[in-house]
Design a protein around this ligand. Structure first.
Ligand code: ZN
Length: 233
């Protein structure tokens, strides 16, 4: 009987395993190939200790499965393995390799492309809101506050808006309804656009997303002509 993935990972990591398992792997072409592939993956993983991943393994796992599904000729659907969760919420290199072993992900090119990308900070949705017309509350799109690494972005996805004779300006209005800041211009005809925002602003209560129609005039303040609005929660 082939040893389980955990044992194969241990061998690939150079850990001590039961003598019977070690002997089996030495004499088994299949297990030997798996260990070789896992060792190849280890070589590509940043050397020092564990990969600094803070997201839940399940989420990572979904991405691995998705990536694998995109590889022609690879497994198209894989079950999520039962991965051990590290105590500090980080995902250990061992868990990584277990996932790879269970999926059969440990294949040359896929692994080489996969690991660096998975080690990148992935976007996390912090808040979101629907954007509706102010007068009739018709849905007009969504705004999503996304954190990626150290940066924060407000991503808009809206129905095409008519700037009239002017332009479309995107605002964050404070929930006290007394203060607002402009975070940029939404080009005419653009329905998806991201705007860099600061976390301090959001923390200070600037959570109402507002898209207004502005004229090319000498009044930099909000025109009062809001097309869409929603409050991030
Ligand atoms: Zn075997």
């Amino acid at each position: 009987m082939h040893p389980n993935d955990e044992v194969l990972v241990a061998i690939a990591l150079g850990d001590e395993v039961a003598q019977g398992d070690a002997e089996h792997v030495r004499g088994c072409a299949e297990c030997g190939a798996t260990v070789t592939e896992l060792a190849g993956l280890i070589a590509r993983v940043p050397a020092a200790g564990d990969i600094d991943l803070v997201e839940p393994p399940a989420e990572v796992w979904t991405r691995i499965a998705a990536e694998v599904a995109q590889q022609p000729g690879e497994v198209s659907s894989v079950a999520q393995p039962d991965l051990p969760a590290a105590a500090d919420g980080r995902w250990s290199r061992r868990a990584w390799l277990l996932g790879a072993a269970a999926a059969g992900v440990a294949v040359g090119v896929a692994g080489a492309q996969l690991l660096p990308r998975l080690a990148q900070p992935q976007p996390t949705v912090l808040m979101r809101t629907s954007l509706d017309t102010l007068d009739t509350q018709q849905p007009g799109g969504q705004a999503t506050l996304i954190a990626q690494g150290q940066s924060l972005q407000l991503a808009l996805n809206v129905t095409p808006l008519d700037p009239g004779g002017g332009f479309l300006e995107v605002w964050l209005i404070n929930i006290d309804l007394k203060r607002m800041v402009s975070i940029g211009v939404l080009p005419a005809g653009v329905t998806q656009q991201g705007f860099a925002v600061s976390g301090d602003l959001v923390d200070a209560g600037y959570r109402i997303v507002d898209i207004s129609r502005e004229l090319l005039d000498d009044r930099p303040e909000h025109s009062g002509d809001s097309l869409l609005r929603g409050t991030l929660v």
